[in-house]
Design a protein around this ligand. Structure first.
Ligand code: AMP
Length: 114
């Protein structure tokens, strides 16, 4: 998608601090971190929102969590606890219309989230 910010990060048109990339996914640091570790894991393919996922993309979502687990290990945030979050829709705070998993850690997490 030409005008999608995260598609531009995938193509390299917009720079990012990548922590992981593979055939399906890339992961990079959030520009406005909400925790000492705040990484976004996104599919290379443009999918606007979670509710656009099809059955064939079930594995992709699993791969996103497995990547988050590995990055959490690399970042040293497993023992302290970490959180993975998808925001779906404006009411949930989604501001970029290309699905992304937030990986947050490195500080105590509170519940319920804001
Ligand atoms: P959400 O509000 O769930 O849609 O999350 C979008 C996230 O993208 C926010 O946490 C932003 O800080 C982050 N973000 C926006 N632009 C960039 C960028 N150019 N590089 C890295 N993260 C970004």
């Amino acid at each position: 998608m030409k005008e999608c910010l995260f598609c531009k990060i995938v193509s390299g048109e917009i720079p990012s601090t990548k922590v992981h990339e593979d055939e399906q996914l890339i992961a990079f640091r959030d520009v406005n971190p909400q925790a000492p570790t705040h990484v976004l894991i996104i599919p290379r393919r443009h999918i606007e929102r979670l509710t656009d996922l099809s059955e064939s993309e079930a594995e992709l979502i699993g791969q996103m969590q497995l990547s988050a687990n590995k990055i959490a290990e690399q970042e040293g945030i497993v023992s302290g606890g970490f959180r993975t979050v998808f925001n779906c829709g404006e009411g949930a705070g989604q501001s970029v219309w290309h699905i992304h998993m937030h990986l947050l850690g490195g500080r105590p997490m509170h519940w319920p989230p804001g």
